[in-house]
Design a binder for this molecule. Structure first.
Ligand code: PMT
Length: 406
């Protein structure tokens, strides 16, 4: 399935480097020709000899190699490659790529490469969440670098969270799908459209160990992301903390609080055609975050809360903003509240769901939606969230395309 594809694999320094051995085996099994560049740090985690034996080609490490043809490995390899994949991509290489640093063979190759470039980030969850890492990553994505993962789960350091390198089978599958999709991509309804989707809950910190949150599992938003990807869109998923694996073929940005989600969405708004707000964003956040654990003393304590910034309302205030689809989660009076939000937040569409019921809504595999837009509405009856998501994406596609004609 990857027959004759020339894959240049970059391995940077991180414990996930051991997974690159399996990745090479899978690429080769699928017919690719694989050449490998390692950083010096990567050689601390897996030996060049292992990688050489698996790839069947000599390994490139040094920027200045008198043995290389014309002494310029970075140019030769960049010209040779059909695709450049960096897996694992450490926080360090991501930062260097974003700042155009070229102080070793791998970072120099990034500057020299003109083929499609994928990165599979892998790092400790705190390093992944750090604002500077997210800024570097989103800047690279804007420059056209494609990301695969990372996944969420337990890490080699003993912590849990986003930052695990996506498994080699999933990376290989991603590349296979990318190259087979290239052929029929142009026929898909959302081809060439960039869609941003928010999903999951937010967490509003009270002190270093406690937070206020809600029951959102992220299932609805993730199902919408999958449906949009299947329909051919380039998807950016802005996700609160959930325990779901990020869909492949999308840029996944992890955030925690309503303020972080606000920043993540607003800073990317200009770059997307459609925004779908499926996240359950906190309406209120503690006025003050205690630096230390709040101690159990008084019988009653009062918690002062302040309103969070409304992401949707702020986004639709922008002079140039995407076609915007909100959600309304209500326990009663669904249609009235939804229509109020459609109007007050200046939305193009709103998908309303009843929550707090025995089935559907929060943390359930099924849902039902009543979707409203100016002068129209439709009920999508209770079914699996994947089915509801596909129906919603069909509907949004139709409404978005008709909005372009007016
Ligand atoms: O995640 P699941 O378990 O699958 O559950 C799915 C869901 C019930 C969370 C989802 O279908 C849903 O309804 N999401 C929106 C939940 C919500 O916050 O609704 P709301 O009526 O409080 O907010 C209205 C809209 O404003 C939402 O699109 C919300 O994302 C947005 N909002 C809210 C607050 C805020 N500060 N900024 C916002 O943009």
């Amino acid at each position: 399935m990857l027959i004759n594809l020339k894959i240049l694999l970059g391995i940077s320094g991180g414990i996930a480097a051991y997974k690159s051995a399996e990745l090479i085996r899978l690429f080769k099994k699928n017919g690719a020709d694989v050449r490998v560049v390692m950083t010096h740090n990567a050689t601390q985690f897996i030996t060049p000899l292992t990688i050489q034996a698996l790839s069947g080609n000599s390994i490139h490490i040094e920027l200045f190699d008198a043995g290389a043809d014309n002494g310029m490995d970075h140019i030769n390899l960049a010209r040779w490659a059909d695709v450049f994949i960096i897996a694992p991509a450490s926080a360090n290489i991501i930062a260097k790529m974003n700042h155009g640093l070229a102080d070793d063979l791998l970072s120099t190759l990034y500057l020299a490469a003109t083929c499609p470039i994928f990165i599979a980030p892998a790092m400790n969850q705190a390093m992944w969440s750090k604002a500077v890492t997210q800024t570097n990553l989103s800047s690279l994505q804007k420059q056209g670098v494609l990301t695969i993962g990372p996944d969420q789960g337990s890490q080699a350091c003993g912590e849990t969270g986003f930052g695990r390198m996506t498994e080699p089978t999933a990376i290989c599958q991603h590349i296979i799908e990318h190259y087979s999709q290239d052929n029929d991509k142009a026929n898909k309804p959302l081809h060439n459209l960039k869609i941003m989707i928010s999903a999951g809950p937010t967490r509003e910190a009270l002190d270093p160990i406690r937070y206020i949150t809600n029951r959102s599992s992220g299932k609805m938003g993730y199902a919408i992301a999958e449906a949009a990807i299947k329909a051919g869109a380039d998807v950016t998923l802005i996700t609160g903390p959930v325990s779901l694996s990020a869909p492949s073929h999308c840029a996944c940005i992890a955030v925690e609080s309503a303020a972080e989600m606000h920043e993540a969405v607003l800073s990317r708004a200009h770059d997307h055609h459609i925004y779908i707000a499926a996240a359950a964003v906190a309406d209120y956040s503690p006025a003050q975050v205690n630096a230390c654990k709040i101690k159990k003393q008084a019988d009653n304590i009062n918690l002062a809360l302040i309103k969070t910034k409304d992401i949707l309302a702020d986004l639709t205030q922008l002079q140039k903003h995407p076609f915007t689809v909100g959600f309304a989660a209500e326990t009663n009076d669904l249609a009235n509240y939804a229509l109020d939000k459609l109007k007050n937040k200046n939305l193009d569409m709103i998908a309303a769901n009843l929550v707090g019921t025995a089935v559907g809504g929060f943390d359930s595999d099924v849902n039902a939606l009543h979707v409203f837009w100016n002068n129209g509405d439709i009920v999508l009856p209770m079914s699996d969230k994947n089915i509801i998501a596909a129906q919603l994406i069909d509907l949004i596609t139709t409404r978005y395309k008709s909005s372009l004609q007016h």
